[in-house]
Design a binder for this molecule. Structure first.
Ligand SMILES: Nc1ncnc2c1ncn2[C@@H]1O[C@H](COP(=O)(O)OP(=O)(O)O)[C@@H](O)[C@H]1O
Ligand SMILES: [Mg+2]
Length: 325
């Protein structure tokens, strides 16, 4: 079973860049690594200048490194048609048509996107991950998605009560139909109960994997907004008993050389001083350490520059993500 490493954070802070750099580091250390992107902008494809899709493909020019991009739109579509298929088996076409518009509407909410993505991610955990030592996921699940992890407990009680009721009504139904013969139908085979059970098991599995085989990092930039956002995100993740290992401060302004004193150098020096204050604040008040400070590059982070960034990530790739319990 692979170890999972998630990189979360707001759009644009550098999640895709840092995830790719970390994936590269793991691959260079000899781990079979899968990089999973859930970014609709498909920036992993841009970064490696190669098209990726829903299936893992080798990243050209790198050893031990595969990548895949999950498309949220396609996942929502797939979700939608699977619900329609299942419904068509249970109820008449007339009913399907009547509630179709409502299902469609429900799928246009941001929550549906997250849920569909999470479903696909769970499939990665169950299936694709088998072939790898390390799975690096660009974009950690948000608070909304993580709430799904408390579903099994809730579903468990509910399913038990539901089965009890279904058993009773099935008994009555059969007694009426068979006139006293032993009933042979059981609520445990009921398609609705079966489906609920499957969902319960799925979320149980996801919760266990996220708590026991996954580590989380948040990426941020040294500005006030990003610091405040990250503080809140850390609280949410910590509240779910997840193993948050640290934060990566990306896009740190480089210091000018000591001899330089032009306007540009003075501007940079001022900026660097403010950023140092923010980083000190992070170090003093965040519940997790700063595991890397990555300087802003003038050009895009690709190729050799990506390798340099990978070298700056002081994240131990040797240690397995599995928590000693
Ligand atoms: N350290 C850096 N120096 C310069 N540019 C960077 C750095 N990190 C990220 N970028 C650039 O910033 C943009 C956003 O980065 P990206 O990794 O796609 O962010 P996210 O995935 O969080 O939206 C990209 O154009 C990327 O090349
Ligand atoms: Mg991205």
């Amino acid at each position: 079973m692979a170890s999972f490493t998630f990189f979360g954070g707001k759009g644009g802070v550098g999640k895709t860049t840092v995830s790719a750099a970390f994936g590269l580091r793991c691959a260079d250390a000899g781990q079979e690594t899968l990089l999973v992107s859930t970014d609709p902008a498909h920036s992993t494809s841009d970064l490696f200048e190669q098209a990726f899709d829903d299936e893992p493909r080798p990243v050209e020019g790198y050893e031990n490194l595969d990548a895949m991009e999950i498309d949220p739109e396609a996942e929502v579509e797939e979700h939608l048609s699977s619900i329609r298929r299942e419904m068509a088996e249970q109820v008449s076409q007339v009913v399907v048509n009547e509630i179709d518009a409502q299902i469609e509407m429900a799928h246009n909410t941001p929550g549906a996107h997250e849920a569909a993505l999470f479903d696909r991610l769970i499939r990665v955990m169950r299936e694709e991950a088998e072939a790898y030592d390390r799975v690096v996921v660009d974009t950690a699940p948000t608070g909304n998605t993580l709430r799904l992890l408390s579903l099994p407990t809730f579903l468990g009680d509910w399913i038990d009560r539901l089965i009890e009721k279904r058993e009773k009504s099935l008994d009555l139904y059969e007694m009426a139909a068979l006139g006293g013969e032993e009933p042979h139908k059981s609520a445990a085979d009921d398609p609705i109960v079966k489906r609920l059970r499957e969902r319960k098991e799925k979320f149980e599995f996801a919760g266990k994997t996220l708590r026991e085989d996954a580590e989380f990092y948040l990426v941020l930039n040294p500005d006030d907004l990003s610091v405040a956002e990250t503080r809140r995100a850390l609280e949410r993740l910590g509240g779910h008993d997840l193993d948050v290992r640290g934060v990566v401060v990306n896009k740190v302004t480089p210091e000018p050389d000591p001899g330089e004193d032009g306007r540009g150098a003075r501007y940079l020096r001022e900026r660097c001083a403010r950023e140092r204050e923010r980083i000190a604040e992070i170090e003093g008040s965040f519940p997790v350490p700063v595991v890397a400070r990555i300087e802003s590059r003038t050009g895009e982070v690709k190729g050799d520059v990506l390798r340099d960034v990978a070298a700056e990530l002081a994240i131990d790739v040797g240690a397995s993500a599995s928590r000693a319990r």
